[in-house]
Structures are given as structure tokens and as C-alpha cells.
Design a protein around this ligand. Structure first.
Ligand code: HEM
Length: 294
């Protein structure tokens, strides 16, 4: 060790330390990037000027921001699940598990936002309702893309986006791609949990129905968790995604019920009863069915 390092430190008092340490101003100056500001990096000018209430009513800003924040989270969910699906297809399960776990946490944020929106009363909403016209979350193409990425395949819902050019095209493409769940099923087979060809290679644009062969494959995983630990982890993470998706749907339906009661929606559906029907839809039916057999 160098002699200098062994030398006794010079005595100093706290005042000296304070003088020699960089102050806040120095630290801030050092951290400041030379060309780019915080606002520029985040595109805050565009982001914060994208709220244009039409009614002049106090609550419309809340209504717009809840929807916009939800769309931003949906964008991140899609980013994560698209990558997770590619990792599963490439037999690279570790990163996929991490991404799916992140999506579950994002869903927690989305679910939490209903509490904020529920501070809006029927009277508040009825004042902004005329400004909404026919616009409805029913037209959220990111929500539909997320449902497709998970495994839903209701092609009738594409009609809403007809004439929307690239958005429609992207949804049609998503409808034909294997979903996260399709890739999980194919992975089971590659990992030795044998599945018939029909369960793995199908027309992905068609809605899946519960497949006994897939249920039997998951049963094998659940009965041999030690041998298939990562597949078992994947299954539980998928169940978590669906569980939270349903919590979001339920909270949406209940929030809508307390705000508009049983009036029809701005998107032209029956409203609450339409939203109740969505609660019966499962992305991963075999992962629920398998629980009765364990
Ligand atoms: C006061 C607030 C809200 C009301 C009254 C409301 C009402 C409704 C209604 C009645 C529907 C059925 C379609 C229709 O006829 O319009 C619907 C669908 C939908 N809403 Fe909302 N909503 C509200 C807030 C939100 C928020 C904050 C989001 C977040 C993005 C959202 C996302 C959706 C989505 C994605 C659908 C389609 C669901 C499906 O097709 O399964 N909604 N909403």
C-alpha cells in the first residue's frame, strides 16, 4: 500500500468539510445536460398542451387526464407484453417473466385511477357529457391491441376502427399474430409437455375455445412444479395478468354504474350491461380450469 495512504488524515472541523463539499448549486450545475432540458427530453410542451377541455366545466380536466394517463400506461403495457411474447417465442423466459410482472404492477396503477375518477358525481359528468359527442373508451385502439396481445380475438370490434387507416391495419395484424398465450402454449410443447399440432398451429385470428389438451398440459406442469418451475411461474404470472385485467374491468363497470347508472354509453352500447358481459371473458381459460384438477 502506498505510504501516503497510511498517513494520518489531517485534522479538520465540520466547517472545513462544509466548505470543501460541493453545494447544491454546484451539483445542480454539474447534473445539467448541456443541450437538453427536462421538458425537452419528456416532450412536456406537447404533453401538457394536449388537454383541451370543451365544456368549460371544472371536472373535464380530470376526465381528460385520467383517460390520457390510462392511454400512456396502456402504451407501456403493450411495449412490455410485445417484448415478453418475443422472448417466450425465443425460449428466453427470464426477461419475459420480468416484463409480465411489470405489467401487473402497471395494472395496479390503472386500477387505482378509478378511485380518483369516482370523485366525479353524476351531476359533474352530466355537465361535460354533451361535449363528448360519440367519443368513448370503446374506441381505444390500444386497449383493443392489448386484449389481442393477451389472447382475445373478437374481430367484430375492428368495425369501430374501419376507415382509421394505419390503426385499423395494425389491429388486423395483431389479430392474426400469435398472442402471448399462444406463445406460452407453444413453449410448453418445446419444453417437453407434449401438445397436438392443432393446439399449437392454428388460425390465430380465430377466438380460442377451451382446449382439453392445453388444460392437460398445464395440469402436468402444476403437478410437477419442481420439474417445470419456470413454466409454473409463467402460468401464475399469466393468471395474475388476467386477475388484474378483470379487476380493472370490474372497477370500470362499477365506476360507470355510479356515474351514469344504466344509461347507454357514448359509444352506442347498452352501457353497464355491455361492460358486465366482458367480465365473463377469460384470456386463459385452461389456466382457470386446471385449478379444479390440482
Ligand atoms: C366517467 C367515466 C367513464 C364512463 C361514464 C365510461 C363509460 C363507458 C361505457 C358506457 C362503455 C361501453 C361502451 C360505450 O357505449 O361507450 C365504456 C367502454 C370502455 N371504456 Fe369507459 N367510461 C369511463 C371512463 C373510462 C376510462 C377512464 C377509461 C380508460 C382508458 C375507459 C376505457 C374504456 C374502454 C377501454 C372501453 C371498452 C371496453 C370493452 O369494449 O370491453 N373508460 N366506457
Amino acid at each position: 500500500m502506498a505510504r501516503a495512504a497510511l498517513r494520518r488524515p489531517k485534522r479538520c472541523n465540520l466547517k472545513d468539510v462544509a466548505m470543501s463539499q460541493p453545494g447544491d448549486a454546484d451539483l445542480i450545475a454539474a447534473a445539467r445536460p448541456p443541450q437538453m432540458s427536462y421538458g425537452q427530453y419528456l416532450g412536456l410542451e406537447q404533453l401538457l398542451s394536449a388537454q383541451t377541455p370543451l365544456s368549460g366545466e371544472h371536472d373535464e380536466l380530470l376526465f381528460i387526464i385520467i383517460h390520457q394517463a390510462s392511454e400512456l400506461w396502456l402504451k407501456l403495457c403493450l411495449h412490455e407484453l410485445t417484448a415478453a411474447r418475443a422472448h417466450i417465442a425465443a425460449d428466453d423466459l427470464g426477461p419475459a417473466l420480468k416484463m409480465i410482472a411489470r405489467v401487473s404492477r402497471i395494472q395496479g396503477q390503472l386500477i387505482q385511477s378509478w378511485d380518483v375518477l369516482a370523485t366525479m358525481t353524476p351531476a359533474d359528468y352530466s355537465r361535460i357529457r354533451p361535449s363528448l359527442g360519440r367519443s368513448s373508451g370503446f374506441q381505444s385502439y390500444q386497449y383493443r391491441a392489448l386484449e389481442f396481445a393477451m389472447g382475445a380475438r373478437n374481430r367484430d370490434l375492428l368495425a369501430v376502427h374501419e376507415g382509421a387507416g394505419e390503426i385499423h391495419d395494425a389491429l388486423v395484424e395483431a389479430l392474426h399474430q400469435p398472442s402471448l398465450y399462444d406463445e406460452a402454449i407453444r413453449l410448453l410443447h418445446r419444453r417437453g409437455v407434449s401438445l397436438p399440432r392443432a393446439s399449437r398451429e392454428r388460425d390465430f385470428s380465430i377466438e380460442r375455445t377451451a382446449d382439453p389438451a392445453v388444460e392437460a398440459a398445464w395440469l402436468e406442469v402444476y403437478r410437477n412444479t419442481e420439474a417445470y418451475w419456470d413454466l409454473y411461474d409463467l402460468a401464475e404470472k399469466l393468471v395474475d395478468l388476467e386477475y388484474r385485467f378483470q379487476q380493472w374491468r370490474f372497477a370500470h363497470m362499477k365506476t360507470v354504474e355510479r356515474i351514469i347508472g344504466h344509461k347507454p354509453g357514448t359509444g352506442g352500447t347498452s352501457g353497464v350491461s355491455y361492460l358486465i358481459r366482458a367480465l365473463d371473458k377469460s384470456f386463459f381459460p385452461e389456466l382457470i380450469a386446471v385449478r379444479s384438477g390440482i
